[in-house]
Design a binder for this molecule. Sequence first.
Ligand code: G3P
Length: 219
Amino acid sequence: MKMYIDSAVVSEVKEAAAWGIISGVTTNPSLAARAGQDYKSVLTEISALVSGPISAEVVGTTRGEMEKEGRELAKIADNIIVKIPMTSEGLAATAKLNNEGIDINMTLVFTLNQALLATASGASYVSPFLGRLDDIGNDGLGSLAEMVQGLGNYDLDVQVIAASIRGPRHASEAALIGADIATIPFKVLKQMMHHPLTDKGIASFLADWESLQAKLNKG
Ligand code: G3P
């Protein structure tokens, strides 16, 4: 499973990219608002930091608005993927932009049916939101599993991005289910690398090394 960072904060993307683990980036209007900076400038900076796909989301609600915005976003850099929400207008805009050679990530996807429609319209990526389904008492991972299985029954040119990941277990489960990609917040990426036995092991290696040096210095 490839890992993307789900962030519009340039310093977070820079740090995660330096770890060598990031294959792409996803952003959305809420993440842009949290970052508090001009969206286009942020996308320009991020697309220079990470060579993989960078999802940039439209905010228009009609097909005409989405198409216009999508074309503008796609001009920012070669690796920009246009993120479009799952509505009938979004499907129409996806079909049109896909015909023009612009790759689409269809977002706010919660069911296999929505994923099938997104794929049929020409989306290259579908983004099921795990955490938001869990938030309303539904089964985010169950829904992801349905999409991976349902789309996997056919030879389709689409990748499933597990999104709305809220903790390290979501990431592990997404890999077990067979998601192509998980887009993961910076905080969760950091949680994924830590284990108390790793920290304990490092402390004990260092203590043993120090005691060896002390013994050698005495002798
Ligand atoms: O990429 C967007 C998605 O990951 C949103 O996550 O936590 O706002 O539901 P969240």
